[in-house]
Design a protein around this ligand. Structure first.
Ligand SMILES: [Zn+2]
Length: 401
């Protein structure tokens, strides 16, 4: 049955009647002036209509509620559970992300996600591909961050192929350091296999970064994090990646990982078209304040201010705990961009990078949509409803005029 509801378009700010049929948008027509006046008057008593935009695409999600994807025990049903736990965030696609662990652990997690995509329709609708963050990082301390040293290794094509096999070919993003002499050749092979190479947790110099980009690297992973605490003023790998127009940068804009001034400077340097917002939520996100032992052997801690750190070292962030709608609101406050621009950073731009389906408001677009309340200055979007493939998976729609 066709679905119809009223909302305010995120791109034009007009009140509109949205019609869906099956998993597609039929129309998103602006209301006539007299109708819009009536809707405004009704809003005074019933509350304002929500904004409607493409659903959010989060290409870096490590888990939720105490369950990580990097796990030797995760089941396809737990993958589905994490997927459902993202419904209230306006997210309609995400990349389950596995960080550096033992081969057995990674292979198990990848296989569980693959199986979930094959057998559970809501996972298939939500997961366009997997993000593998590691294990091709330097064993040196510094940019490696919380990735366990004993499992970090130089680029190894056979090792990557075995992991891609375990994932049923679903690895779509590989975050790697590019500081080894063999990195560029490896980047070229991975890129040719259809996987987006993203530079991250790197200590690479300018020449290595240029070689990796020449070989096909297209993204920077959480630029400004996973870096040395002290860095030479210039040249360094942050300037190199900021200046490289062939790289789109992902940023964690949760208010903890990057100071507002850094977010603003990076958005201006890259231009908004080359910025992707990611939550990078940890498997611990959604859990209460306290210390937790992870499968990697690390002990992590959620602090009262919401930061997630290596236990006892409150300057060493080990992931994030706020879902992507916070980043969308924050990037408007920090970098002075408008709502359509901020939404694009968390929907159409990431979808384009990994060639994933994305919702939209044109006739025929996929009905993957987020509805939310937001006013300038807010620290997050308040999600009112999430529509996945034409189905309301969270909240409810406003139909009354
Ligand atoms: Zn990372």
């Amino acid at each position: 049955m066709p679905t119809e509801f009223l909302a305010r378009r995120y791109d034009t700010a007009q009140f509109a009647r949205i019609r869906l049929d099956g998993d597609r948008v039929v129309s998103a027509t602006a209301l006539a002036d007299d109708e819009a006046t009536r809707v405004n008057a009704a809003a005074k008593s019933a509350g304002p209509l929500p904004w409607v935009s493409p659903g959010f695409v989060d290409v870096q999600v490590n888990g939720w509620g105490g369950q990580e994807f990097s796990s030797e025990e995760i089941t396809p049903e737990q993958v589905a559970q994490i997927t459902r736990e993202h419904f209230p965030f306006g997210v309609t696609s995400y990349c389950p992300t596995l960080t550096t662990h033992s081969y057995a652990c990674l292979a198990h997690g990848l296989a569980a996600i693959h199986q979930a995509c094959e057998t559970i329709p809501e996972v298939a609708a939500y997961v366009p591909g997997i993000h593998l963050e590691g294990p091709f990082f330097s064993t040196e301390d510094g940019p490696r961050g919380a990735h366990p040293k004993e499992h970090c290794q130089r680029p190894d094509w056979n090792a990557f192929c075995r992991l891609q096999d375990a994932a049923g070919g679903r690895i779509r993003i590989l975050t790697m350091s590019v500081e080894f002499d063999e990195s560029a050749e490896f980047v070229a092979k991975v890129t040719a296999s259809g996987v987006c190479v993203s530079i991250g947790h790197t200590g690479a110099d300018s020449a290595h970064i240029r070689a990796a980009v020449d070989a096909g690297a297209r993204m920077s992973t959480h630029l400004g994090n996973g870096a040395h605490r002290m860095l030479r003023r210039h040249p360094n790998y942050i300037w190199d990646q900021l200046a490289e127009d062939r790289l789109t940068a992902s940023l964690i804009v949760d208010g903890h990982h990057l100071p507002p001034e850094v977010v603003k400077s990076m958005v201006r340097a890259k231009t908004p078209e080359r910025i992707v917002l990611v939550s990078d939520v940890s498997g611990l996100a959604g859990k209460p304040v306290g210390r937790y032992a992870m499968t990697s052997g690390l002990e992590l801690e959620i602090l009262p201010d919401g930061r997630l750190v290596i236990a006892g070292q409150d300057q060493l962030l080990a992931g994030a705990s706020l879902p992507i709608q916070y980043g969308i609101a924050n990037v408007m406050r920090f970098a002075g961009v408008d709502l359509p621009t901020a939404v694009a950073m968390a929907s159409t731009t990431p979808a384009r990078i990994i060639d994933a389906p994305c919702g939209g408001l044109r006739p025929g677009d996929l009905a993957d949509l987020a509805l939310f309340h937001w006013s300038p200055g807010d620290t997050t979007l308040e999600i009112a409803a999430t529509i996945s493939h034409g189905k309301v998976v969270y909240g409810k729609l406003s139909t009354a005029v």
